[in-house]
Design a protein around this ligand. Structure first.
Ligand code: TYD
Ligand code: MG
Length: 463
């Protein structure tokens, strides 16, 4: 008798067996055996289609881009919107997404490109009212209040293809191709897929607005993030006028650039020199603040780091941080304890980056440490000094990238002094004095020299 073919295959581990059973003998998984017809005749005799493979080396075309002239927006997108690309703009409700996009649309329209703004949330009159308030009442943007993706695609397939199509917002759109209710993940995904197809087919750049949930995710459409070419997020603190546009994903550009805007009574104003803005409300002469010379993308950015170290009444002291990585704060605190003789277990620690900015660079370690020590010692830091440098677990202060750009920005904004790791000395521009720092302990000793007890004692021991 011929051996029977083993044609039941476990979908979990791939083991084959001749008989079906509820549990795979090889891996123990239940209900994973599926008959796969091993050795059966192929269902069709279709031969594979031949396609050409090409060498990687060859002529590459720069993605055709279209800038809108709003420099902060163009920088974040990597030099303008790419034809046929789809961009998702996420942000909290009320942060200014619609305001930004009507301004971008108006700027595009000014360049004689057909621009269409579809609102699923507001009536045409409301959109018009906002545009008028922004002084864009006469922009040649075409506006409609629509939510059916099929209707939108059908309408825009007539006449000149728009160069820019804004959909505000993707959560309000619905498509007949899926049966789910509007606003559900399935609808959002279906509608986005439909609009992406429209963009690829016609070459129009499409911008989708996406709402963000409380936990910071673009609601429902995490899936949409994978489908689109770029994801931007529009951020800001309610109490501040600053708005930061940040690229989270970009198939055609960098993801470390930020664009800075200020929300005014007449719309968003570009902020070409954000350092000035972030430093405009400094408390000069109070302890616990240090100016950090940072880099965001290609741009240097000076920002104030504020710390408060206060005796705790709790069993477990509080560690709260806004705008910086909490695990980096823990690390800096641990280094201060282990290598600088500072006891912080009886203190609450609060750290804040001024202006609602979020810093990701390790180069901020030194400025954060300086602010913390200054607060603990009640010793104000020099008002005309900037700080940067990465702190290692051994307590050494390490050099960071783009030292020259940081120093130049500090000098431009009228700072006289930089406290930074060694290589800074060689790169210093004229008129800026450099105080190089090798270890965190020596920074602590410097600050403690003019501080209040108990740190003065610590400082003297270390010095
Ligand atoms: P909006 O663009 O409607 O936010 P989103 O689309 O992200 O929900 O912006 C709404 C907020 O912006 C609202 O609180 C008022 C404020 N705003 C201004 O301060 N100045 C302006 O010129 C405009 C149009 C809005
Ligand atoms: Mg809106």
């Amino acid at each position: 008798m011929a051996a029977r073919a083993q044609n039941f295959v476990c979908q979990s581990c791939g083991a084959a067996s001749a008989r079906w059973s509820g549990r795979c003998d090889a891996c123990g998984a239940w209900n994973t055996l599926v008959e796969e017809g091993v050795g059966a005749k192929p269902r069709s005799s279709r031969k594979g289609r031949l396609f050409a493979v090409e060498p990687l080396k060859g002529e590459a075309h720069e993605a055709p881009r279209l800038g809108c002239g709003i420099a902060e927006f163009d920088r974040v997108t990597g030099g303008g919107l790419v034809r046929g690309s789809v961009l998702l703009l996420g942000g909290d409700p009320g942060i200014g997404k619609s305001t930004l996009l009507i301004e971008v649309a108006a700027a595009f329209a000014r360049g004689q490109h057909r621009t269409v703004y579809i609102s699923g949330e507001e009536a045409v009159a409301q959109v018009r009212l906002r545009a008028e308030r922004l002084g864009l009442g006469d922009a040649t943007v075409e506006v409609a209040a629509e939510t059916s993706v099929e209707d939108i695609v059908a309408t825009l397939s007539h006449g000149t293809t728009p160069r820019l199509l804004v959909i505000d917002s993707i959560q309000t759109m619905w498509t007949q191709t899926v049966e789910a209710a509007p606003g559900t993940v399935t609808q959002v995904r279906g509608s986005a897929a439909e609009l992406i197809r429209f963009a690829k087919r016609t070459g129009a750049a499409v911008v989708l607005v996406g709402h963000v949930t409380k936990d910071g995710q673009i609601a429902g459409p995490r899936v949409v993030e994978h489908m689109v070419d770029a994801v931007l997020s529009f951020e800001g603190e309610g109490s501040h006028q600053f708005r930061i546009l940040r690229a989270i994903k970009n198939r055609f550009g960098p993801t470390d650039e930020i664009g800075v805007f200020e929300m005014t009574g007449t719309g968003l104003r570009e902020v070409p020199n954000p350092s000035e803005l972030f430093l405009s409300e400094r408390d000069l002469g109070s302890p616990g603040t240090a100016v950090f010379a940072g880099i965001e993308g290609t741009r240097p950015l000076l920002v104030e780091i504020q710390a408060l170290v206060a005796p705790t009444t709790l069993g477990t002291p509080r560690r709260a941080v806004v705008g910086w990585d909490p695990s980096r704060l823990s690390m800096v605190l641990a280094v201060l304890e282990a290598h600088c003789g500072i006891r912080l277990s009886g203190h609450d620690v609060y750290l804040n980056v001024a202006g609602g900015l979020r810093i990701q660079e390790p180069a901020a370690d030194l400025a954060a440490a300086a602010a913390l020590v200054s607060s603990l010692a009640r010793a104000p830091l020099p008002a005309d000094a900037v700080y940067f440098g990465e702190v290692s677990l051994s307590g050494a202060v390490r050099p960071v990238a783009q030292t020259a750009a940081r120093l130049k920005e500090a000098q431009k904004l009228g700072f006289a002094k930089a406290i930074a790791p060694e290589p800074a000395r060689a790169e210093a521009p004229d008129g800026l004095s450099i105080s190089t720092i090798g270890t965190l302990a020596s920074l602590v000793a410097d600050i403690a020299r003019d501080g209040a007890p108990p740190l003065r004692r610590v400082g003297r021991q270390e010095a």
